[in-house]
Write a protein that binds this ligand. Structure first.
Ligand SMILES: Cc1ncc(C[n+]2csc(CCOP(=O)(O)OP(=O)(O)O)c2C)c(N)n1
Length: 947
């Protein structure tokens, strides 16, 4: 930025004698190419333009007033100032205990050949245009900036590439626009808040001896920091503040920030959380499932009223022990709260409706990959949420692991730099600095809608939990911590010295906190004491889904179908795709069939026409990994996008379809969070190949399968996991069906493997209908690959208009008399389509064979199977066929169930691959041979051995 006028003239007047010649030389070089000169000098020219003694029009020299200093000193001083700004954090006073920054060479005067006297000779404005009043010379500048950059707050923002943001940060930091001159009343309130936090932890420590609470002590300032965020959000009329955090300090945050009643927390310590301690009106909404969780995993909600009655809802997400996995879930909540889904097209996002705050552990933030995955979502259009405020609750230790063992970087926050996120390190023993830090973070988020990290540096008063002895592993650190006063003591001392409080203020405050807590504890009813009573699963989860009507009239179907094939005026559709869509045109005509792609599009179209929004994401999901979907089209000439579902006249809700970044856990966590928050949206996540979903296993295990039972969280989201043995090797065959079946219980989800496009249509529509109801639960679909283009799975129009989803389906083309049936062949998915083809190609009559497809594996269609079996009086055996190895797929799960159905003399037999450690062979030819053997054996009339 070039400055003009007086200040520029004043600046150049500082140079004289030989320096003038040198500057002129440098300026000539700079004019040729700015890169040719030293960066410090380059900055001078960029900031002050041409040296003022050069008349730019004819390059003649203008007489100047008497010069004062030499260039070398000025450039050295500038280098020093630049180093303070960039590297001040290296010697900042950010560690309350256990660690110390030493003087950094980069910040020493003699590194630059400077003395105090040299600096005093330079006019402050020469070095810093915006030097505040009272900062008169270079010496003052250095001291002022050292105070700013090396105090109890330090800053890292050099890695932020945007000039505008960097400049904003520098100006605000140096002008200290975010610091607070707290009134005496505010200071006392802050002390009061800290005393409550400390008193609460002390009370738990004494009352529930030896119980885990993951105390906040050493980082008590986390509570006032969160208070501030909520205050600012409420002043800005932000509707939702979404929070996620792990165990550390969670009980304190629940009690103080979420207003969870302390009697409820006490009762949880007594293992009796459901004893009629119903939250009062001002208390948070608390949810729980029937099996529950430990107290430091529960979340809650709280309503905050600002002066003019607009309320902000604060939500703390329930979270599992698995550190940091709640991050994408909270981001999903936030996006769902920001999106308006009531119109067709993409949802309208309002970044100021909600924002998120994540509290991290120092070891976990840098150690767990899910953090990086979530940070990567922060700027991507389909996932961005306008900036998350991250607070690293940095207590210097991860369980028993020292920092040097836990990371390769200087700071726990260093991961954030790769995402150009500004970072503040702040000493948790300086309450005023902590409040300033959060103010700057909030202002930045508000202005730029981007993430911000606060590294709140404190310590851990006890061991990892209160039963752990930290002196065994960190003896010196704990010697220092044992001798270190609490933040309440530190701050009270400060206020005492400043005359804000008197000697009695703190002791009487502490006494009051203790006696209030004691009174609550003493008044707890007998009935609040432990009992072994357990809760039951909600009855709605046990109810039948058969009744849900998913068919739609032919006129509606046809109109949607035609609408999907329309294109905006002038849209240049990719020519090769036009052929695909041309084929689709007739798919609903008499005697024709709709393939998978057409049926899927019709399902989505009909769901949004019913007014239910859809969000569909995954790697390459716009087109579909196997190029069957093409629900987002690109104009060949202009690259413009068009989604046919957005163009439908009938659409009454949004259809949000996105290609996701290359992440499974992060993206799935986000989608799961979205679906929990927005219960009536049908959220669908698609894995590229089913087994890549492995990488999201934590989200399956800790959230999707168990969240309802643990926390009462409901989701009806859909997983599409391509699955099928088609010779593509060990990693592209199996979606690890066995894992979903192993975790299936209490109707926690539906697991399906369907073999017709109409079945898929009805299944998706049924799932959409579950949204927002107590019957909601996720749906896991083993989705097709080659079957996408197999005519055998295509369905006629009448199957969409008359039918519904059938959990147990007749094998087509087998018309056996039930009386003759000797074998009932059961199987699921693609292998049954292979068998259908083999039967068609065979001359055999198969009048002894009855075959059924289990299209919904969980809940298993027992009622339907029982009904079938009753009609097979001469049955000798039930054969389960599968393409997965015996220790994988469905066998271990179905064999238990099928045994229940065996009558005297009947046997149960397995046909499929033997037990294997790897899901599939790598060689496509070997695969083909084995697959054919399985098919042959399944329909071979001779009986095999028993299972
Ligand atoms: C994914 C995962 N790995 C390991 C653990 C076990 N664990 C719980 S807390 C913890 C240390 C965490 O350290 P830090 O992130 O610094 O948080 P702190 O407990 O110190 O607040 C570990 C290893 C876990 N809960 N989750």
């Amino acid at each position: 930025m070039t400055q003009n006028g007086e200040s520029t003239q004043r600046f150049w007047k500082n140079f004289h004698g030989p320096n003038i010649g040198y500057i002129e030389e440098q300026y000539e070089l700079f004019k040729e190419d700015p890169e040719k000169v030293d960066p410090t000098i380059r900055e001078l020219f960029q900031q002050y333009g041409a040296p003022q003694w050069i008349d730019q029009s004819d390059q003649t020299y203008v007489d100047i007033a008497a010069p004062t200093i030499d260039l070398k000193k000025v450039t050295s001083a500038m280098k020093l100032i630049d180093a303070i700004r960039r590297h001040g954090h290296l010697e900042a006073d950010i560690y309350p205990v256990g660690k110390e920054n030493s003087q950094a060479k980069l910040l020493k005067l003699d590194t630059y050949g400077l003395t105090d006297a040299d600096l005093k000779e330079i006019d402050a404005k020469v070095l810093w245009e915006d030097a505040p009043v009272g900062v008169d010379n270079g010496y003052d500048v250095v001291n002022y900036l050292k105070e700013v950059y090396t105090g109890t707050i330090s800053y890292e923002f050099d890695h932020v590439n945007s000039d505008e943001e960097r400049q904003w940060l520098q100006e605000n930091i140096e002008a200290r626009t975010y610091t607070h001159d707290l009134s005496n009343e505010e200071k006392t309130q802050l002390l009061d808040r800290l005393a409550h936090v400390e008193g609460f932890e002390n009370f738990l420590h004494k009352t529930f001896v030896g119980q885990k609470r993951f105390s906040i002590e050493g980082l008590e300032m986390l509570v006032p920091i969160l208070d501030r965020i909520i205050k600012y959000a409420s002043e800005d009329k932000i509707k939702d503040v979404m929070m996620g955090m792990a165990h550390r300090g969670r009980l304190s945050v629940l009690a103080h920030v979420l207003s969870k009643p302390v009697d409820l927390i006490f009762s949880e310590f007594q293992h009796s959380p459901d004893k009629g301690l119903v939250p009062s009106e001002s208390s948070p909404g608390l949810s729980s499932g029937w099996t529950g969780d430990v107290s430091y995993h529960f979340g809650g909600t709280r309503e905050v009223k600002s002066d003019d009655e607009v309320s902000t809802r604060v939500t703390m997400a329930h979270n599992p022990s698995h550190l940091e996995y709640v991050n994408p879930v909270v981001a999903g909540f936030t996006r769902a709260a920001q999106d308006n889904r009531s119109n067709k097209g993409y949802p309208d996002q309002d970044l100021n409706k909600a924002f998120s705050v994540l509290v991290h552990g120092d070891a976990a933030f840098i150690g767990e990959g899910i953090v990086a995955e979530t940070l990567n979502l922060s700027g991507i259009p389909g996932y961005q949420i306008g900036g998350t405020i991250h607070v690293i609750a940095n207590n210097l230790v991860g369980y028993t692991t020292d920092q040097e063992e836990g990371r390769s970087t200087r700071y726990a926050s260093d991961l954030a730099k790769g995402f150009e996120i500004p970072v503040i390190h702040v000493n948790a023993d300086d309450p005023v600095a902590c409040v300033a830090a959060i103010t700057l973070a909030y202002k930045y988020r508000k202005k730029f809608n981007k993430d911000f990290v606060i590294d709140l540096v404190g310590y851990r008063r006890y061991g990892h939990n209160e039963m752990d002895e930290p002196r065994a592993t960190q003896p010196l650190l704990y010697k220092a911590i044992d001798e270190h006063p609490t933040v309440v003591e530190v701050y009270a001392e400060r206020l005492l010295n400043d005359g804000v409080i008197d000697e009695q203020t703190l002791p009487s405050l502490q006494e009051k906190v203790e006696s209030d807590l004691r009174a609550i504890y003493d008044s707890m009813k007998e009935a609040d004491l432990p009992s072994a009573e357990t809760l039951e699963m909600p009855i709605e989860l046990g109810s039948d889904l058969d009744e849900i009507d998913t068919a739609i009239p032919f006129e509606t179907l046809k109109s949607l179908h035609d609408g999907l094939l329309e294109r905006p005026e002038g849209f240049n559709q990719f020519r090769r795709l036009s052929r695909v869509f041309k084929r689709r045109e007739k798919m609903l005509d008499e005697g024709q069939k709709a393939d998978w792609g057409a049926a899927e599009a019709l399902a989505y179209a009909s769901i949004v026409a019913d007014g239910t929004p859809i969000r569909l994401t995954g790697q390459d999901s716009e087109r579909g990994t196997f190029a069957h979907r093409h629900l987002v089209l690109y104009d060949e000439e202009t690259n413009e996008k068009y989604c046919p579902i957005h163009g439908l006249e009938e659409a009454k809700a949004s259809f949000d379809i996105r290609n996701s970044p290359l992440s499974e856990a992060g993206v799935l966590g986000f989608e799961y969070g979205y679906s929990v928050y927005s219960e009536d949206t049908l959220v669908i996540w698609e894995a590229q190949f089913g087994d890549f979903a492995n990488v999201a296993q934590v989200i399956f295990d800790q959230f999707m399968s168990a969240a309802r039972a643990k926390w009462g969280d409901k989701s009806n989201m859909v997983l599409l996991l391509p699955h099928g043995y088609e010779g593509q090797g060990p990693e592209h065959s199996s979606a690890r069906l066995e894992r979903f079946l192993q975790m299936a219980a209490e109707n926690n989800w539906i697991v399906a493997n369907v073999t017709s496009s109409a079945q898929f249509f009805h299944l998706l529509r049924r799932q959409a209908a579950l949204g927002g109801t107590d019957q909601a639960r996720p749906l896991v679909v083993m989705s097709p690959k080659s079957l996408l283009r197999n005519e055998r799975v295509a369905s006629e129009a009448k199957e969409f208009t008359d039918g519904k989803f059938e959990p147990l389906r007749q094998q087509p083309n087998l018309r056996v008399s039930k009386k003759n049936a000797k074998r009932l062949l059961l199987g699921s998915g693609k292998v049954m389509v292979d068998i259908e083809a083999a039967i068609d190609e065979s001359d055999e009559s198969f009048n002894w064979l009855r075959a059924l497809r289990v299209e919904q594996l969980y809940p298993f269609p027992k009622k339907q199977l029982e009904h079938e079996l009753k009609q097979l009086p001469n049955l000798e055996e039930i054969v389960w066929v599968q393409e997965e190895p015996k220790n994988m797929g469905s066998w271990n799960y179905v064999s238990e169930i099928l045994r229940e159905f065996l009558q005297d003399g009947q046997t149960l037999r397995y046909v499929g691959r033997p037990e294997r450690s790897s899901p599939s062979v790598g060689d496509a030819n070997i695969h083909r041979v084995v697959q054919e053997q399985i098919v042959r054996e399944a329909i071979n009339p001779s009986k095999g051995g028993n299972s």
